[in-house]
Design a binder for this molecule. Structure first.
Ligand SMILES: NC(=O)c1ccc[n+]([C@@H]2O[C@H](COP(=O)([O-])OP(=O)(O)OC[C@H]3O[C@@H](n4cnc5c(N)ncnc54)[C@H](OP(=O)(O)O)[C@@H]3O)[C@@H](O)[C@H]2O)c1
Length: 328
């Protein structure tokens, strides 16, 4: 592909939101030794993508400007570096590009170690949503929460906040693969949707009961996957079982303070701050679940690359039901 060009969308400085995105024509990147050049068929937006643009992890990311955002991608292998052994041109794949980004473009270079094969049962759009959001849901429940996705285990009571969002809609479905009772919160318009994902009971977060996180059937939660930014520990605490854990995927300073205090006082109820970095093993596990029909990606909206700004704005609004996808 040397000398050929592609369409891409980048930003050149912090801030600016959707208006800060610029469409450019640039050379198609070349794969390094252990890398794969892929033609992107679909990519998805996560809130961390526009938070990085806002300077949330400054000065670590972006590594440099201009920066092509998005890391969750699916597509087809075009060319591989000499050290790549498991993929060849024409293979369908799902990959995560990590902090290097590059997903908002027609082509991207992916590490072989962060790439998994994509079976024909898993569409590019479905696969492109699994990286950050589904890995966060899987990791929270199974690694941090210790949930086994088998029906033979003792019953676990789970709360998923924002069960309608990118992470939450996967967390509800994954939680129901275990022997669980799942309560979820969402807005009134999404109650039927979240029930359709398998939740046993759903609370409208704008009602007093929903804001208090009270289970209608009186469950005390063993694991909470908190996908919101606004709920204080004092609201979670009375709703937890004696050893209940709140896994906070949007931790604030208060989360870290509570975490430290609870460790110091040997509290059995805990909040645990969590940052998940997607890896091939977890993405492969999720692809398998989608292939087997045990997990589905729900797509809020799809945009062509030419309308990337609209997709970006949609994610920033914070009202997606499922995932926002861009298809070059
Ligand atoms: N730590 C990690 O590794 C990690 C990984 C992935 C994501 N995250 C973070 O997790 C958060 C969620 O990510 P996401 O991709 O799921 O976001 P998202 O898809 O943008 O979430 C939007 C959904 O959340 C619902 N929602 C918003 N506030 C709510 C509340 N107070 N109670 C119940 N539902 C509420 C919205 O419903 P309405 O439209 O009805 O308001 C909407 O359906 C983000 O802050 C993201 O940065 C962290």
């Amino acid at each position: 592909m040397a000398g050929k060009v592609m369409q891409a969308v980048w930003y050149t400085c912090y801030g600016g939101g959707a208006a800060g995105l610029k469409h450019v024509e640039i050379p198609i990147p070349a794969p390094g030794n252990d890398e794969i050049l892929m033609k992107i068929e679909a990519t998805s937006i996560n809130p961390i993508d526009w938070k990085i643009q806002n300077g949330f992890v400054r000065p670590i990311l972006p590594r440099k400007f201009p920066f092509i955002p998005l890391s969750d991608v699916a597509g087809e292998v075009v060319e591989v570096g000499p050290g790549v052994t498991n993929f060849k041109a024409g293979d369908k794949i799902v990959s995560t590009l990590g902090g290097a980004g590059g997903g908002l473009a027609e082509y991207a270079v992916a590490k072989e170690s962060l790439t998994v094969p994509r079976p024909s049962e898993v569409s590019a759009a479905d696969g492109a949503c699994l990286g950050i959001a589904a890995c966060a849901a899987l990791h929270s429940l199974t690694v941090t929460g210790g949930l086994k996705l088998e029906k033979t285990e003792p019953r676990t009571n789970i709360l998923v906040t924002a069960g309608s969002g990118g992470v939450g809609h996967y967390a509800v479905q994954l939680a129901k693969l275990g022997n669980t009772h799942v309560t979820a919160t969402c807005g009134a318009r999404n109650i039927d949707f979240v029930k359709s994902l398998g939740a046993d009971e759903v609370l409208d977060y704008k009602t007093p009961e929903g804001a208090a996180l009270k289970s209608p059937s009186g469950q005390k939660y063993d694991i909470v996957v908190d996908c919101t930014t606004v709920i204080p520990w004092s609201t979670f605490e009375p709703n937890l079982s004696p050893t209940g854990k709140v896994i906070d995927i949007t931790p604030s300073g208060g989360t870290f303070w509570n975490y430290a205090m609870q460790k110091l006082t040997f509290s059995k109820k805990q909040v645990i701050p969590l940052l998940v970095i997607p890896n091939a093993q977890e993405i492969g596990c999720l692809v398998k679940l989608v292939k087997e029909g045990k997990l589905k990606t729900v797509i809020d909206s799809r945009y062509p690359l030419s309308k990337a700004e609209a997709a970006w704005a949609k994610s920033i609004e914070g009202h997606a039901t499922g995932k926002v996808v861009v298809e070059p």
